[in-house]
Design a binder for this molecule. Sequence first.
Ligand SMILES: [Zn+2]
Length: 347
Amino acid sequence: MSAPLLPPKPEYTALCKASAVIGADPMLIQAAGGNTSIKAGDVMWIKASGTLLADAQAKDIFVPVDLPDMRHAVANAPPRADQPAEFALVRDGLRPSIETSLHAVFSQKVVMHAHCIHTLAHAVKKGCETMLAAPLAGLNWAIVDYVKPGANLARRVAEVAKGPVNVVVLRNHGIIVAGDTVAQTYGLLSEVHARLRIDPADCAQPDLDALAALTTGSAYTLPDYTPLHQLALNARRFQQATGGSLYPDHVIFCGIGATALSDGESPDAACARIEATGAPAPVFLIVPGKGVILRRDATEANRALVRCLADVLLRVPAEAELSYLTDAQNAELLNWDAEKYRSALNV
Ligand SMILES: [Zn+2]
């Protein structure tokens, strides 16, 4: 019998600790998004799909994968690299993250990938590559265009993550940083986060009485996270919020873009209008000029991603032009065929 596969302590312990801190910060991670990894020889330990980074100290959330095999697949057979379970060295039920390939392409030992709000507030803007030059000056950084998370994105990242490059901005997605120790990598993530920091815009007052009246007896209610209302209270921000989907986890957890209530429409009528297209009930509805309402049965993950949208857009200037996912990019995230997608758009 071969020796059990053990993670590389003490760095692994440090990774668990740093991952739990990152995962508990909604400005860096929402729901099961983001991931961290550490390499030891031919083995890479990566966060398992569907687990929470915040649980990194309380539970075993890392899975060992065959690093050379994964690197070979990214370079030569991307569809296979999108089946990360095939590369797991321990078959105990946990599956490696779909973003395992993204970590494998870095030569550095430690990789951290976050859906950082401050990064997103830059990376959803048109022309963000020039706007990032000043705040990231002096760092070894690069940027890649949006590609669906998985092996094709990993290939794009591999093209730029060469030599000293250890910070890669993923347009309409997030950030990846890499280093040779956990402390160095976490320090770099914190530095990038601080350099890209944007304070939220001033807030207007929502019409809570109108929202309460509107939601009485409906499947929707008022959200606990009050900055959410800002999506409805500024005409330009409303346009930005309803203009489409800005990053993949929004699509996964909140559906495509955002739905606004029409004049005189009830929340349940708006919900029925969307469901009639074959799309799921909207997790949230924007009531123009009044505020935002949330489904009563919204999950923690739904809530985290609705919050994320407000946190990002409150840090984007009202006049900024945003870059949205295309129809095809939305559809591929939901594994929808084009027909269903078109029907859902025509609402
Ligand atoms: Zn990601």
